[in-house]
Design a protein around this ligand. Structure first.
Ligand code: ADP
Ligand code: MG
Length: 594
């Protein structure tokens, strides 16, 4: 029998490769933008027609190519970015596989115009279905202009598979954003069907994000910075209050390459555990620098997935970096940490620029118990002192006359579900139940972590019989529940006996919290291990917290304020709602002096 194995002709091989690398106009956009970045461009223009179906044109002012390279670049495995196998472990460029241009040229009509800085004339090449139609010297600016026309003109199956123009345009924008956010130092312009859609001047990351997502977008974000021997992390994440039910903008860049990583995503979400309601997401733009020899980006043709050596370490470094940032910046007004040099806020030209009036003490540390008395937020005792020294008891504004049972130096007031308390800069309003939940949550969580939760003994131990699946779940939860204050033991088949429950909780609430926990754990299963302690603490705290409508004694109000500010994250309830707001003097004045 004669041999039947043959080598595929190049054009066919390229088309097959194109199937992997170029799935839709957006993939070609990504490859061309990345080539422009790799060429060191400081300005990149992207011009599209019909969402890239008929035209994708990228013009850059990068290095350009000489005549020979201009022809070579369309060959398969032709790249200037790798020379030997060792280089694979030092990749700093976006490209390195040398397949993009070969793939694109096999499924489209391509016009290349390019010139290096030294050359007097440039090179123009027209190539179609991998065949060079013409090559000649031409005049050109330094840099490269590459136009891809009629993508998939010779692959009807692909062409027909494309979605509506809107959908394809969304994909293009997504790729464009990924590259533009990774490179705020590069200026970008996007023109679609003759209209200028985006104009992104070179600037900082915050400026870039504001230019893409709108003027005040960056105010929702707080900085993340961390440097260790295996990874350097920098970037921005949204403050917990801006979490949303929909997945927002979530970007990871490893060595400035956009990558998808459910694992790292989980690390960021885990840092927000207890600060945002379950099922809500924050936005983030996080840059990780890792020694290229410790990562492998070559596991997928589009290079959006990576494997890395120290993934467990990186997970926990990332998680704690984000946690630190929350601790530091959650409460501070945005403008307070806006220190990037050369920053200009984007402001509508017709509105006057009003300087920010928020005053914050830079030394204020919400974690320390001995707070500086000059703090923006003060403890109730300081507040009393302050209040006494500034207002006399017969001050016309002081409402003490109407509330005679309050001692004159007690200045906290209850208004239904709220505590009102004057502070140095204005007025603080605390939502009692939410604040109480935060306090309990942190107390319970620390009980769980130290393995010694307080519990109240039941007069009559409760038998708790479950189906066998739920029994197993409870068995798994048992150690954490003990930490939270449940005193329970196995008692024969599928039954637990409960001797004690967390203090200050009614028996009914305690048992119903237990049922909630078991039900949730059955649904989310084993993958929910990570936030288990927080989750249990949150459910128990919700069951224990004060019910709305309770009238508080002055000492109780003071206690709440003191305990709240001793919390690690005083400003949010465990389910992510605010525990307090402040109205500063200027804001109050605005109500009256409009
Ligand atoms: P890769 O980027 O993986 O090297 P490509 O097929 O995308 O492969 O590009 C092949 C080569 O063509 C690149 O290595 C580079 O030398 C050259 N090239 C492509 N685009 C440009 C550009 N915009 N400016 C300068 N050189 C380019
Ligand atoms: Mg490339």
């Amino acid at each position: 029998m004669s041999s039947i194995i043959r080598l595929l002709p190049d054009a066919v091989a390229n088309q097959i490769a194109a199937g992997e690398v170029i799935q839709r106009p957006a993939s070609a956009v990504k490859e061309l933008l990345e080539n422009a970045i790799d060429a060191g461009a400081s300005k990149i223009r992207l011009i599209l027609k019909d969402s890239g179906r008929t035209l994708i044109h990228v013009i850059d002012n990068g290095s350009g190519m000489n005549e020979q390279d201009a022809r070579m670049c369309f060959e398969r495995h032709a790249t200037s970015k790798l020379r030997n196998a060792d280089d694979l472990f030092k990749i700093r460029t976006k490209g390195f596989r040398g397949e993009a241009l070969a793939s694109i040229a096999s499924i489209a009509q391509v016009e290349l115009k390019t010139k290096t800085a030294e050359a007097e004339t440039g090179t123009c090449i027209i190539i179609e279905g991998n065949e060079i139609k013409s090559q000649e010297a031409c005049s050109s600016n330094t840099g490269t202009s590459l136009a891809v026309k009629n993508l998939f003109y010779n692959v009807p199956a692909r062409r027909n598979f494309l979605k509506s123009d809107n959908v394809e345009y969304r994909h293009v924008l997504e790729e464009f954003h990924r590259v533009a956010i990774a490179h705020p130092e590069t200026a970008f312009t996007l023109i679609h069907n003759g209209e200028e859609e985006l104009q992104l001047p070179a600037g900082t990351l915050r400026q870039r994000l504001s230019a893409i997502y709108g003027g005040s977008y960056h105010e929702k974000l707080m900085p993340v910075e961390e440097e260790t021997t295996i990874v350097r992390i920098s970037g921005l994440v949204s403050k917990p209050v801006f979490a949303r039910k929909t997945r927002g903008e979530q970007f990871f860049f490893i060595n400035n390459r956009y990558i998808k990583s459910p694992y790292l995503h989980h690390a960021v979400q885990a840092a927000f555990e207890g600060l945002i309601p379950p099922g809500e997401f924050v936005s983030y733009f996080l840059f990780l620098s890792i020694d290229p020899s410790r990562i492998d980006v070559n596991i997928h043709p589009t290079k959006t997935e990576v494997k890395f050596e120290d993934d467990h370490h990186i997970y926990s470094i990332l998680r704690s970096a984000v946690k630190n940032s929350i601790g530091k910046f959650n409460l501070s007004p945005t403008l307070d940490f806006e220190q990037e040099t050369g920053f200009q806020t984007y402001h509508p030209a017709d509105k006057p620029i009003v300087p920010p009036t928020i005053k914050v003490n830079p030394d204020y540390n919400p974690f320390s118990k001995e707070r500086a008395p000059s703090g923006g937020l003060a403890s109730s005792k300081e507040l009393n002192r302050y209040f006494e020294s500034t207002l006399t008891t017969d001050h016309p504004l002081l409402p003490t006359q109407e509330i005679p049972e309050q001692k004159p130096n007690v200045i906290t007031l209850q208004l239904g579900k709220y505590i009102l308390s004057p502070i140095r800069s204005g007025l603080m309003i605390i939502q009692i139940r939410q604040a109480h939940e935060r306090i309990l949550f942190e107390r319970i969580l620390s009980g769980i972590r130290k393995q010694k939760g307080r519990s109240q003994q039941l007069l009559f131990p409760q038998h708790f019989t479950l189906n066998s699946e739920n029994f197993l779940v409870l068995k798994e939860l048992e150690p954490v529940l003990r930490g939270a204050g449940y005193d329970l033991n196995e008692f024969g088949k599928d039954t637990y006996v409960i001797h004690g429950i967390p203090p200050e909780m009614s028996e009914t609430d305690a048992l119903s919290a237990l049922e909630t926990l078991i039900a949730k754990q059955t649904i989310s299963g084993a993958e929910n291990k990570e936030g288990l302690e927080e989750h249990i603490a949150a459910v128990v705290a919700a069951g224990m917290s004060m019910k709305d409508g309770r009238v508080l004694r002055p000492e109780e109000m003071e206690g709440i304020i003191d305990d709240l500010f001793a919390c690690e994250h005083p400003a949010l309830s465990p389910s992510g709602r605010p525990t307090l707001i402040t109205l500063n003097y200027e804001e109050i004045a605005q109500f009256f002096e409009r």
